[in-house]
Design a protein around this ligand. Structure first.
Ligand SMILES: [Ca+2]
Length: 326
């Protein structure tokens, strides 16, 4: 079986789910992970964290390139100080084996795609800054990327299990760098969108947390360690952002993209036209009311992307736990 060539572009280090996506790619024989690129708010530190995740998976030979840390419009980012929790250990900040490649993430994406025309899938798990600038610098990558699978946006308004609407129009990844998102959507890529309204349907079930906790397999143990520190860490992040803390869960947003690369039947995909629009948020529980929220709006126009609207949640969580415990 020919392996699927993959680049993962990630803001690994804050939420545990990026690390889960990397581990899942490493544990999947169907995938050849050509490299990892990092983005958003200290991309260099994120590259070291990505290296540590690859080290845990026994794949330190996979190149990791740091990329763009700030959005294209020059606006700010945040670094909470909790990044790398459950992943980095004492001494990792000076471990030479965790030093990323010298090459910039944007150049890595361009060079890797152009060296493997029509063969490389790019999965984006954070801001789209690296991919957007790669498109600007070398527009020929658009026709040479096999597919982009992107965790981001929202299509169906999200009401959580407590019946409360969760800021869906304020989806984090696509709002981190709005100009980049616009560039990527307008490029004409073969684009598959895994929106947050779908990924919010896949928390790690408590029974799977127990399986990971009790497993003696190294990947499962590492995954459990990340899950163990996450709830308290997320609470502190929410407090820092002025967001209520009561609606958290162990959502597996990012690994769903990797699972979809292995087997598209984990999600229900529809061909839709998604427009990028800006507007105010009208959701009263949003504490930060802004007038520049980016929305991903479905329209009745010729389709421009494949969009996940449903997920086989249990099949996906069973799949990931099985791969982590092998
Ligand atoms: Ca992410």
């Amino acid at each position: 079986m020919e392996k699927k060539k993959l680049i993962i572009d990630t803001d690994v280090g804050t939420d545990f789910d990026d690390a889960f996506a990397l581990l899942l790619a490493c544990q999947s024989d169907e995938i050849e992970l050509l490299g990892v690129t990092t983005v958003w708010s200290n991309a260099y530190e994120r590259a070291r964290i990505a290296k540590k995740v690859l080290k845990i998976a026994g794949k330190l030979d996979i190149p990791v390139c740091a990329g763009i840390s700030k959005p294209i419009d020059g606006s700010g980012t945040v670094w909470y100080g909790y990044e790398g929790g459950g992943i980095m250990d004492e001494g990792d900040d000076v471990d030479p084996s965790l030093e990323p490649e010298k090459k910039h993430a944007v150049d890595f994406i361009i060079d890797t795609v152009m060296a493997n025309p029509g063969e490389v899938t790019v999965i984006t798990l954070g801001s789209l800054s690296n991919l957007a600038i790669a498109i600007v610098k070398e527009p020929r990558i658009v026709e040479n990327i096999k597919e982009v699978i992107s965790m981001g946006g929202v299509v169906v308004p999200v009401v959580d299990k407590m019946g409360i609407t969760r800021s869906p129009i304020e989806e984090y990844n696509f709002n981190c760098d709005k100009i980049a998102t616009k560039i990527v959507f307008d490029a004409g890529l073969n684009f598959t969108m895994i929106p947050i309204d779908v990924t919010l349907k896949v928390p790690v079930p408590p029974s799977d947390v127990e399986i990971l906790k009790n497993s003696d397999r190294p990947i499962a143990k590492a995954a459990w360690r990340m899950l163990e520190v996450w709830p308290e860490q997320e609470k502190m992040l929410y407090i820092s952002g002025g967001v209520p803390t009561e609606h958290t869960d162990l959502w597996m947003h990012d690994p769903l993209c990797v699972a979809v690369l292995v087997d598209r039947s984990f999600v229900d995909l529809y061909d839709l036209h998604i427009d990028i629009e800006y507007g105010p948020t009208f959701i009263p529980r949003d504490l930060i009311i802004r007038d520049d929220i980016l929305r991903t709006v479905p329209k009745k126009l010729p389709p421009n992307c494949h969009v996940a609207l449903g997920v086989r949640s249990k099949d996906f969580t069973d799949f990931i736990v099985k791969r982590f415990c092998k």
